[in-house]
Design a protein around this ligand. Structure first.
Ligand code: GRF
Length: 190
């Protein structure tokens, strides 16, 4: 019975989509939503969804055992990063080997790495004249956006696209695939 925690830093539309997908699921449950950002809209979504949430500071995240303890207390098996901007500290990586999954709004290994998040990704894709972009769902390691790729889906980039229209296309791919791919991974060793 896999129990999941979602980490998100901002809006949280993917977090919400995942939570709704697993509502009433026979085995998978979303137990916690955690954020580094006290102003993140994802916290309002968590409250509306009835999912416990917690905000942590940089110091708590990197220099204390609070988050691993919280994950342990809640029996968390997998961590899903849905728009989470901080690097995962070694203690959490070690406690969840192969069990932390991220989504990136481009076709890695291109357009990833430190500072490549949000609109910056879509701006870079358009500036480079790429004919296509997409999403990458991947395992998380100690570097930004470098873990083993699990799944990619693509969409065309047209000359008329702006970073905003491309972001919308990417969101549609995320909503369509992320929860399903997570379901496959977390139920594969049940
Ligand atoms: C998504 O595009 C995701 O790929 C990226 O951050 C964005 C989060 O959007 N990692 P939201 O907060 O889920 O709306």
């Amino acid at each position: 019975m896999p129990r999941l925690a979602i980490f998100a830093s901002g809006n949280g539309s993917n977090a919400q989509r995942i939570a709704e997908y697993f509502e009433g699921h026979p085995s998978v449950s979303i137990r916690l939503i955690l954020s580094n950002n006290p102003a993140a809209f994802v916290l309002k979504r968590a409250a509306a969804l009835g999912i416990p949430s917690e905000v942590f500071s940089r110091n708590t995240f990197y220099d204390t055992g609070r988050i691993p303890a919280l994950l342990r207390e809640n029996g968390i098996d997998f961590i899903i990063l849905a728009g989470f901007l901080w690097l995962i500290p070694p203690g959490i990586l070690a406690a969840f080997p192969g069990r932390i999954i991220n989504i990136h709004p481009a076709l890695l290994p291109k357009y990833g790495g430190k500072g490549m998040y949000g609109m910056r990704v879509h701006e870079a894709v358009i500036a480079a004249g790429e004919p296509e972009s997409g999403i990458t769902i991947h395992h998380v390691d100690e570097c930004y956006d470098e873990g083993k790729i699990i799944f990619q889906a693509r969409c065309p980039v047209s000359p008329a696209d702006t970073p905003e229209t491309l972001a919308e296309k990417i969101h549609q791919l995320e909503y369509r695939y992320f929860a399903e791919v997570v379901e496959k991974i977390v139920t594969s060793d049940e």
